[in-house]
Design a protein around this ligand. Structure first.
Ligand SMILES: CC(C)(COP(=O)(O)OP(=O)(O)OC[C@H]1O[C@@H](n2cnc3c(N)ncnc32)[C@H](O)[C@@H]1OP(=O)(O)O)[C@@H](O)C(=O)NCCC(=O)NCCS
Length: 133
């Protein structure tokens, strides 16, 4: 929750995280932890429905950004689901979120749509990105 609150103007509520964790078979959370005290430093949560995945959340603790952790957890997920037969990945991102957009571009995600005023505080459009796996 500390990472979530430090990462987003509209953080997910704890009940949302609990719901995701309990939504077994659909929702898959993965965390990155630092090696000494095993504290969580980042996480990614995706849904898998048949042969498609949707990445619903990804964040890295501000003190641990720029170290390759976001890329590592995203790669872990994409490699795993690709090996299991998934064919398509999608996600939404704020238009102004340069770091996240650069990360997704690095993996080959492309803009496949947009959602007007999808985000609040501040209001902003979402870009829908997709990647053929
Ligand atoms: C987006 C986020 C998860 C990236 O995690 P990270 O661990 O800092 O990223 P990495 O160190 O693995 O960087 C991987 C790539 O992302 C891009 N990137 C990361 N930080 C960047 C920055 N500040 N500016 C531009 N590009 C950046 C680069 O392409 C980078 O590759 P490079 O090092 O070869 O240039 C992190 O910035 C974050 O938690 N942001 C807040 C939450 C958020 O916006 N999540 C996405 C919601 S859609």
């Amino acid at each position: 929750m500390a990472i979530e609150r430090a990462s987003f103007p509209n953080p997910w509520h704890e009940t949302t995280f609990r719901g995701e964790i309990q939504n077994e078979g659909i929702s898959f959370p993965l965390v990155a932890s630092e090696p000494t005290e095993r504290r969580v430093v980042g996480y990614i949560i995706f849904w898998r429905i048949q042969d498609e995945i949707q990445i619903n959340n990804i964040a890295v603790h501000p003190d641990f950004r720029g170290l390759g952790i976001g890329e590592a957890i995203l790669r872990e997920v994409l490699d795993k689901v690709r090996a299991e037969g998934a064919v398509f990945a999608s996600l939404e991102v704020r238009v102004s979120n340069g770091p996240a957009r650069a990360l997704y571009e690095k993996f080959g995600f492309e803009i496949i749509g947009s959602r007007k005023d999808y985000y609040v505080n501040p209001a902003e459009d979402a870009l829908v990105l997709g990647l053929n796996l």
